[in-house]
Ligand binder design. Structure first.
Ligand SMILES: Nc1nc2c(ncn2[C@@H]2O[C@H](COP(=O)(O)OP(=O)(O)OP(=O)(O)O)[C@@H](O)[C@H]2O)c(=O)[nH]1
Ligand SMILES: [Mg+2]
Length: 204
């Protein structure tokens, strides 16, 4: 549920990149951040990293156009994928409005993808969020590698809800924007129906 501040007429929507460690979450976020004009976004803070591994989280915010007279922002987060950092992941998931699950296509990481999704579902349940209705988009990253999990197998194993999914090579910026657009569209669609419920359909 987005945070709607009626006094300041602001809406904040939180999008969180999740998935196994080294799958490419930070790479996605860096590329998206790089494509947004400076005046429409904050700096990217990749708090506490060790080489390629996020130890705390990645974060920036971007301004959208006004929606129904509310100044609307997207807050973009990337969690640390390493199993050890569960409590940080859970904290970042608090108040999530949309998820991007970045899977690692490297065949040897198949079980890590499944474990990461199970871990995610567990944390959402602990918050009382309904996984079956929360906007989520899947990204099958690292399609440039030689031994990769076929898309059909990923769809069977991970995408049991039949959500939108994209193949990507995030280091080459392929599939990154498409994935981001898809989750933004879903979050905005849900926001519109929330606003319609609160103000009636006349708010548009
Ligand atoms: N071959 C290949 N490597 C990639 C791709 N995307 C990211 N990488 C590399 O994979 C490594 C990990 O990427 P990150 O974006 O840091 O992964 P992460 O999901 O943020 O990892 P954690 O922070 O540990 O959870 C880096 O060396 C990236 O350059 C890709 O599409 N193909
Ligand atoms: Mg990272």
């Amino acid at each position: 549920m987005p945070i709607i501040n009626y006094r300041t007429r602001e809406i904040n929507c939180k999008i969180v990149y999740v998935g196994p460690s080294l799958g490419g979450k930070t790479t996605n976020i860096q590329n998206i951040h790089g494509l947004i004009p400076d005046q429409n976004r904050t700096k990217l803070s990749s708090i506490d990293t060790e080489g390629d591994r996020t130890l705390f989280f990645d974060y920036f915010s971007m301004d959208l156009a006004d929606i129904a007279g509310f100044k609307t922002k997207f807050l973009i987060y990337g969690v640390p994928g390493q199993p050890y950092y569960r409590s940080t992941r859970k904290m970042v998931l608090n108040g999530v409005d949309g998820l991007v699950f970045v899977a690692d296509s490297d065949k040897s990481r198949l079980a890590d993808n499944e474990e990461s999704l199970e871990d995610l579902k567990g944390m959402l349940k602990e918050y009382g969020y309904d996984y079956s209705t929360l906007p989520i988009v899947f990204q099958y990253n690292k399609r440039d590698l030689f031994f990769i999990t076929p898309v059909d197998e990923f769809e069977d194993l991970l995408n049991d809800r039949g959500c939108r999914s994209f193949e990507a090579v995030a280091i080459r910026n392929q599939g990154v924007v498409e994935t981001f657009r898809a989750i933004c569209a879903e979050v905005i669609q849900k926001l519109n129906s929330t606003l319609a419920q609160q103000f009636g359909s006349s708010y548009r």
